[in-house]
Every structure is written in structure tokens, then in C-alpha cells.
Design a protein around this ligand. Structure first.
Ligand code: HEM
Length: 459
């Protein structure tokens, strides 16, 4: 993250480089990025090839072109506000379990990242798989163990063999042509994730789909995708192109695609939401006057515990606090696109095959755009201060047609979690809570170097 800032300071807004054989253009100019990724979306539809390994490679994050367009269209309808509203009772149940678990350790130092992890696992288990999990009551449950195995491997806490595989995967990703990367990854079963975690979730999804085919129903994403399930023509792979290279017409998603995306939702929605939420709690503990203002807004608008979506939408300061947290700690701190043809944008030539790398971490802390960028100042999002320039440079969920499909779900989950928690507790720092600015561990996620403990004191 800091290396991105250093590059920007040293070379300016456009930095050309090679990563192995791959030409890369690092762009720190938000206006340029908007023109490229939003206006010229058809040139920048795909991400740079990513070999995650296993079925998850067939999920929305990795697939390309028309195949991606088709799947995104089918899935987008399932992430609408209306559909998410229907999940609110289950979401509240998970958050109530979170509150109960905090009540048990009331006023004592709590390692808040661990609690938020358990909460979002519970949430994903309900919203994606329709399963009542024991993630918050049993840190050693099968679901939790496999989910942690799965995401921790991406955070590099792996066994030696897996570390070697990861290094190999990264090496091939950087130096080899795409067809070779795919071949090697499949042949040697190389991936960035622990395959045991992946296998567990593949089996779990399969069982859930079978149950749903046999008549049980649920109010979760697997069910919604099962409602769109189609058969692939026999012998044909699960893309829009058949084995002879001709397109076949399909309306929905195949079983493999449903499973790949259910697993992807777990990976894409778990740590991102948990870590944003824990940083919200951390910042509110550091700024008690903002926390009290927010508490005032919440009690004025939401008088009972049965908070409605309409009430949530009225909470402006809550919106500002979450946005400000995502500005400072964007969980997608780097993302990319690949140009599928030569293009010139605002005088910058981008040859076909170039990977455009974007660093929200740097752009959202750029002092040319944000006043006192390191400060937690939620009011910078109020309409009198938040201008077009800021809107263009604020990209915590990405940019253009390929931005995060789960942003609405994540926002409602985080908002409800903050509302229900603040109604119950005052969040305080403890003697050993690291002060701002936090230092981060060398990791592909935004992981604080030191454990962050906070105290939740009953109101
Ligand atoms: C605070 C929480 C979250 C953050 C900060 C976040 C951030 C992001 C970012 C930065 C991207 C890349 C966007 C781009 O390339 O322009 C992304 C993509 C994606 N996210 Fe999220 N995300 C969050 C929660 C979720 C949740 C809850 C889900 C699903 C349940 C989800 C599913 C996805 C998927 C499937 C993609 C790939 C979309 C595509 O390629 O069409 N995310 N997310």
C-alpha cells in the first residue's frame, strides 16, 4: 500500500512498468480512470488474468467478456434493494447474536477483528447459503474453520507446501502467457487458496442445491441462483462458448456457475465487510464526540429496535462515518483492468494487453483532493463539502460496470451492525489500543500489525 504512495510521489500520476512480461500502467489520476473504466467500459471489461485456483476461477470476479456480461446480468437482479430488504430479518438475527456475545464480555477488552469476523461469517452463511451457523458461538465450528482456512491462505498463513505453490502461482501469473498460466494452474492444482476449504464449500453448496431441487426453499443467494438454474448442453463447458467455439444460448446459470459464485460470495464478502466494520468501531472509539453525535442521530430516528430500511436511509452521519472509514481503509486497496484493444485516453496511449492498476488506497488519501487526508473526518462527505472531485476519487467498491455487486448488501449489514451496537454500548479504547495512525502488517489484506482491543460498555 505504501509502495503505491511512494511510486505516485516519485513518478506522478501515470507510471509505466513491466511485471515480468506484462506491461502495466499504474494510474493515480481519478478523472482519467473514470473516463477509462466508466466511459470506455467495453475496452476495459476484464480484469487482468487471475488464477485463484479451483472452481472459484469460474466465478464472476474472474470470468471475462460475454460470459461475464451474461452472469452479471442474471445475478444483478438478485442483489437489488428489494431482494436485500427481504433478508433483513435474518441479518438482524445475526447482529443480535453479535450484541449478545459482546454483552457476555461487557466492559472488558475485546479483540474486535475476531468478533467482526465471526459476525460476517454468520451473515454470509445465512445470506449466501441459508444456513444457521454457529460461527459466533463456536470459534471452532466446521464452517468457521473451513472459511478461515480458505481466506487465511490468501493472507499467506499457509503451510510450506502451500507457500511454495503460492509463490509458483504468482511467478507464473507474472511471467507466463495466459494460456500457460491456465494450463499450469489446472495441471498442477496451483492456487492462491487452500483447496481443503474450497472442497468443503463446494460439497456444502452441492448438498444445498440438491436439497433445493428436492423441494426445500430458502431466502438466500444460492436459492435465488437456483431459481435461474439451466442445464449446459451435454459435453459442453459452462461458458457461453461450446466445445467447437460456437456460442450457445442460455438464459440462466449452470450448477457449476452457481457453486463457483456461492463460494466467491463467501470469499468476496467475508473479510471485506468484517474489516470495514471493525475499522468503523475503531475510529468511533478514537473519536468519542463523533460517536455521541451518531448515537444521537440513531436514537432520534430509530426509536424501537425494529429498525426499518427507510430509517436506515435517513441516517446521514452513519453514511458519512462508513464512507470515511472506507476512504481511509479501502478493503479493495488495489484493483485492475486489462485493455482488450489499443486506446488513447486524454493523450495517454494504452496498448492492447496492458494491465491498468488502480490504487484506491493512494487516490483516497491524495492531499491534492482530500484536505488533511489522514484525519478521520466524516463530515467531509456532507453535501456542502463533498464535490464532484471527491465523488470521482472515492472508489471503495471499484469503478464502472465491474464494480462490487455486493455493495448494497455490505452497506446494509454494516449500517445495521453499527446502529444496533451503538444503541446498546459506548465503544471505548483500552489501555493497549494502538493510537492512530495504525501500522499495518506486510500482508495482501489491510491487516493491523497489532491486535486491536476495544471495550463495549453498556449504556
Ligand atoms: C465492505 C465490503 C466490500 C468491499 C469494500 C468490496 C469491494 C470490492 C471491490 C473493490 C471490488 C472490485 C471492483 C472493481 O474491480 O471495480 C469488488 C468486486 C466484487 N465484490 Fe465486493 N466488496 C465488499 C463486499 C462484497 C460482498 C458482501 C459481496 C457478495 C456477497 C461481494 C462480491 C463481489 C463480487 C462478486 C465482485 C466481482 C464483481 C464483478 O467482477 O462483476 N463484495 N468488491
Amino acid at each position: 500500500m505504501d509502495s503505491d504512495i511512494k511510486l505516485y510521489k516519485k513518478y506522478g500520476k501515470f507510471v509505466r512498468m513491466f511485471e515480468g512480461l506484462k506491461p502495466v500502467l499504474m494510474v493515480y489520476d481519478a478523472e482519467w480512470l473514470k473516463e477509462a473504466l466508466v466511459k470506455n467500459f467495453s475496452t476495459f471489461t476484464n480484469r487482468r488474468l487471475l488464477v485463484v485456483g479451483g472452481l472459484i476461477d469460474e466465478g464472476l470476479f474472474t470470468i471475462e467478456g460475454d460470459h461475464w456480461k451474461h452472469c452479471r446480468k442474471v445475478m444483478s437482479s438478485e442483489f437489488s434493494s428489494g431482494k436485500i430488504k427481504k433478508m433483513m430479518p435474518e441479518i438482524k438475527q445475526c447482529i443480535n447474536r453479535f450484541i449478545s456475545s459482546l454483552q457476555k464480555v461487557e466492559s472488558q477488552p475485546v479483540e474486535i477483528r475476531v468478533k467482526c469476523n465471526a459476525l460476517t461469517l454468520d451473515l454470509i452463511s445465512y445470506t449466501a447459503f441459508g444456513l444457521e451457523s454457529d460461527a459466533q458461538t463456536n470459534e471452532d465450528s466446521l464452517f468457521t474453520r473451513n472459511a478461515l482456512l480458505f481466506v487465511k491462505s490468501a493472507e499467506s498463513e499457509q503451510c510450506l507446501m502451500e507457500k511454495i505453490r503460492t509463490v509458483l502461482a504468482l511467478f507464473f501469473l507474472v511471467v507466463a502467457p495466459p494460456w500457460l498460466v491456465n494450463f499450469i494452474a489446472q495441471y498442477f492444482n496451483i492456487g492462491l487458496f487452500d483447496s481443503r476449504g474450497m472442497d468443503y464449500f463446494e460439497q456444502l453448496s452441492n448438498t444445498i442445491i440438491e436439497n433445493r431441487e428436492n423441494g426445500s426453499t430458502g431466502n438466500d443467494f444460492v436459492q435465488m441462483l437456483v431459481n435461474h438454474m439451466v442445464e449446459a448442453p451435454p459435453g459442453h463447458p459452462d461458458t457461453l462458448i461450446d466445445t467447437f467455439g460456437s456460442p450457445w444460448t442460455k438464459k440462466g446459470l449452470t450448477r457449476r456457475e452457481i457453486i463457483a459464485n456461492a463460494i466467491l460470495f463467501l470469499f468476496a464478502g467475508f473479510q471485506t465487510t468484517a474489516d470495514t466494520l471493525f475499522f468503523v468501531f475503531y475510529e468511533l472509539a478514537q473519536y468519542p464526540h463523533i460517536q455521541e453525535k451518531l448515537y444521537g442521530e440513531i436514537t432520534e430516528t430509530c426509536d424501537s429496535n425494529d429498525v426499518t430500511p427507510e430509517q436506515v436511509n435517513q441516517l446521514k452521519l452513519l453514511d458519512y462515518c462508513i464512507n470515511e472509514t472506507m476512504r481511509l481503509y479501502p478493503q479493495g486497496f488495489r484493483f485492475d483492468r486489462e485493455a482488450n484493444q489499443d486506446i488513447t485516453i486524454r493523450g495517454i496511449f494504452v496498448p492492447k494487453g496492458t494491465a491498468i492498476t488502480i490504487s484506491p488506497w493512494t487516490i483516497q488519501r491524495d492531499p491534492e483532493i482530500w484536505e488533511n487526508p489522514e484525519e478521520f473526518d466524516p463530515y467531509r462527505f456532507s453535501p456542502d463539502r463533498f464535490t464532484e472531485k471527491h465523488a470521482t476519487a472515492f472508489m471503495p467498491f471499484g469503478l464502472g460496470g465491474r464494480k462490487c455487486i455486493g455493495s448494497r448488501l455490505a452497506m446494509i449489514e454494516m449500517k445495521l451492525a453499527v446502529i444496533l451496537t451503538l444503541k446498546e454500548f459506548v465503544i471505548k479504547t483500552c489501555a493497549d489500543t494502538p493510537r492512530r495512525p495504525i501500522t499495518f502488517a506486510a500482508s495482501p489484506a489491510i491487516s493491523p500489525e497489532k491486535k486491536i482491543r476495544l471495550a463495549f460498555v453498556k449504556r
